[in-house]
Ligand binder design. Structure first.
Ligand code: IVH
Length: 733
């Protein structure tokens, strides 16, 4: 709308726009103030940090467009808040907050702005620790007071509680040429170590108390205990990251001050780094973006500061934040959402796993609707109830999980989850797999639709018969149709005898391949029902024709794939290959003694026992017989003396780092070598792939830096079968 048009009518559009903005501003300001109170005073926020940041950004946006809305008491002008439980104390120097930015361009813009005042700036990069800011005052080296940040001017006196934190020295020690100053006001973060967080919440729940939503709240709640003895029971830690008032100490740079603090006994972060260029700043952001879950404390971003103190002084601060520093916040990996229900899913081996059904929410770049709860003990230990608002976390490719309930958001309508005692899909009584095990299993392994569906899906997968068009919906359709009432398959024996006539009438409920649970239509919330194999006119769909065709072709797959497709407990693709190579014939495997099996390289006693137990079951042997009759390959036809394992990694060098599921370091290396690969210890551009298991070391970083292919430990077996892809082993310069 042009300004001229606005002057004509009695109520201009600009006026209405402004009125709407004013109302929204008022509403947002009140909402943010309330969330601040919950966060800082109650230590029990009800929205995620990411959502809070969004509200703040919206408020700041309104104030940029309509500067007249800004006032001294706007949340954008304030630094935190404080409660009245502890004695108020004035900080010697104001405790500022940080300007948050959410993308790289904004970091670059900040750098360009500061470069006008400070040419050739050096940047100190460090981590934005997700904890609780405290202010410590040392006089002649003696800790005289500790306070929370409060509103930045006035904080709360938490001296008695801070004194219980082992990392905070009561006295500073002079050393290495750094005299202890007359006055030192030092700022830092009190945090709750991530490793201890789950345990704390378990004990909170066990004691009938509300769990904390995240380690930051745990730190705040622990530090602000009225009884310091209670604080002392919590493993709180501290890292210094700034200075306030000083007498007798004039550091030239932030890094210089950190060195001094260290020598006096005040812990600084082991991760800070001074760099010369913005490229290096972005490298730092990338490096810690990848490592953010491997650190002892939670971080929510990276703080970039000008290292030189004279430049810091020249640039100064706004009422709220210094101009010489900026906080780059990582994309959120934690969000809050509603826990609609807890259902139980049944896996390939019959294991019953509670699953959270969530109000769909976007987190870390993908839509999340389910989160695993592992087992009933976990549900209890986490203290989650159906109807709760929960914190959901999805870190990278990891399966989404519930961190904790937001107990402060409860209204009394939430109910406890009760583990069912029967299988949700076939009604059999669930039982512990073995004595003393927490996991419950459905014992109906033959015909439980869930177990059979999972086995069929596995059997059709890339490490077994590799049957294109036989995906999760097709497998569900064969074992658990909505119509007709009887399933086409009662076990996998008949899979190679399927006919088009059997497929055409089937209608099926669409299920989520990760959880096995029905995946409702996003719009209606109802189960989605499809006729997977037939067109509306009742003719075969292309996928049905192709599936039957592909099943026919799959009969010629090599023996190891057939063995793998049997879903024998403990037998994955690698053991299946070892067995196929040793026996070359399924009948010889069926007859083999347990001792002979256990002696095979790459097999061992557990797998040997699994094999023997499997073939001892009548209906299992019936599967083999039906497949044989249908024409499935039962022996490998190989020339005398030829090797049976495919050399999928011929000549490739492979580096293994971290723990690989179901493997020792030796067995993983042996599996690579058996496929013609070399196992090397250092990563170079010539490395074909780095297999990174749990807790990978610096080799992982090197691989990422060099652009070498990284194979997730969980995909190791598939990697062995599929080998290298084009371009692997030739990382670009
Ligand atoms: S410097 C004047 N460095 O983030 C500069 N703060 O959002 C003020 N924080 O109140 C702080 N890690 O509690 C700084 N490495 C770090 C930090 C850090 C966490 C906290 C601090 C501050 C808040 C601002």
């Amino acid at each position: 709308m042009s300004g001229r048009a606005a002057t004509i009518g009695p109520v201009s559009t600009e006026d209405t726009d402004f009125e709407a903005a004013r109302e929204r501003h008022e509403h947002l300001a009140a909402e943010i103030t309330e969330h601040r109170r919950r966060y800082y005073v109650e230590d029990a926020p009800t929205i995620s940090d990411a959502r809070f940041d969004e509200l703040m950004q919206e408020l700041a946006g309104l104030e940029t467009r309509h500067p007249e809305l800004k006032s001294a008491d706007s949340p954008t002008e304030q630094v935190g808040t404080f409660s009245e439980v502890f004695t108020p104390v004035q900080h010697l120097e104001k405790m500022l907050s940080l300007q948050d930015v959410f993308d790289r361009e904004e970091v670059q813009t900040w750098a360009e702005r500061v470069s006008e005042e400070a040419a050739d700036a050096r940047y100190l990069c460090e981590l934005k620790i997700d904890g609780l800011a405290v202010d410590l005052v040392y006089e002649d080296g003696r800790l005289v007071r500790a306070a929370t940040r409060g509103d930045g001017v006035t904080g709360e006196d938490v001296s008695a509680n801070v004194a219980t934190i082992a990392a905070v020295p009561r006295r500073l020690e002079a050393a290495d040429g750094f005299e202890v100053p007359e006055l030192l006001e030092v700022r830092g973060e009190v945090y709750f170590p991530t490793a201890d967080f789950a345990r704390l919440n378990e004990s909170q729940v066990a004691a009938g108390k509300a769990p904390f939503a995240n380690p930051r709240n745990a730190a705040a709640g622990s530090l602000r205990q009225k009884d310091p003895a209670k604080s002392a029971e919590r493993p709180l830690a501290f890292i210094a990251h700034g200075l306030g008032a000083l007498r007798g100490f004039r550091p030239e740079s932030q890094s210089h001050s950190y060195e001094a603090l260290e020598t006096w006994g005040l812990p600084t972060s082991p991760y800070w780094r001074v760099v010369d260029t913005m490229d290096e700043v972005f490298d730092y952001i990338d490096e810690f973006g990848r490592q953010r879950h491997e650190l002892v404390h939670q971080i929510d971003g990276v703080v970039v500061k000008l290292d030189d103190m004279a430049s810091q002084r020249r640039l100064g601060a706004t009422s709220r934040t210094p101009r010489w520093a900026v906080a780059y916040k990582f994309p959120p990996e934690e969000v809050n959402t509603g826990l609609v229900d807890i259902k139980v899913s049944i896996g390939r081996t019959g294991r019953a796993t509670p699953y959270a059904v969530l109000e769909p929410v976007r987190v870390a770049g993908s839509e999340v609707e389910f989160a695993t709860l592992h087992n009933p003990d976990q549900v209890e230990a986490k203290g989650v109830k159906i109807g709760d608002t929960v914190v959901v976390r999805k870190a990278g490719d990891v399966i989404p999980e519930i961190v904790a309930p937001v107990a402060a958001a409860r209204d009394g309508s939430e109910r406890d989850f009760v583990m069912p005692d029967t299988c949700p899909e076939c009604g059999s009584a669930l039982a512990p797999a073995a004595e003393g095990e927490v996991d419950l299993r459905c014992p109906n392994s033959r015909s439980c639709p869930a177990q059979l569906r999972e086995r069929l899906f596995y059997l059709s997968g890339r490490s077994c018969f590799d049957v294109d068009r036989m995906g999760y919906i097709a497998c569900s359709a064969l074992v658990q149709p909505l119509e007709p009432p009887e399933p086409v398959l009662r076990d996998e024996a008949g899979v190679f005898d399927l006919t088009m006539e059997e497929l055409l009438p089937i209608k099926v409920v669409v299920r989520d391949p990760d959880t096995g649970l029905p995946k409702p239509d996003q719009k209606t919330g109802e189960d989605k029902v499809v006729s997977y194999f037939a067109t509306k006119e009742g003719d075969p769909k292309k996928n049905a024709v192709e599936m039957l065709d592909n099943l026919e072709k799959a009969k010629a797959q090599p023996l190891w794939r057939v063995i793998n497709a049997l879903s024998i407990r403990h037998v994955g693709p690698v053991a299946a290959q070892a067995l196929a190579e040793h026996f070359g014939d399924l009948d010889r495997l069926i007859e083999a003694e347990e001792a002979e099996l256990a002696d095979i390289d790459g097999v061992g006693p557990t797998i040997a026992a699994g094999v023997r137990e499997w073939f001892a079951v009548d209906w299992h042997r019936e599967i083999v017989e039906r497949w044989r009759r249908a024409g499935v390959r039962m022996r490998d036809e190989v020339p005398e003396g030829a090797e049976r394992i495919e050399k999928t990694l011929d000549g490739a060098s492979v580096v293994i780092t971290g723990a690989i599921p179901d493997h020792t370091r030796e067995s993983a290396a042996a599996a690579v070598k058996a496929r013609g690969g070399k196992v090397t210890s250092s990563v170079s551009k010539k490395t074909g792939a780095v297999v990174a298991g749990d807790k990978p070391g610096s080799k992982y970083d090197k691989a990422v830096d060099l652009g070498v292919r990284v194979v997730d430990g969980a995909d190791f077996e598939r990697f062995l079968v599929e080998g290298l892809s084009e371009g692997d082993g030739t990382a670009p310069d």
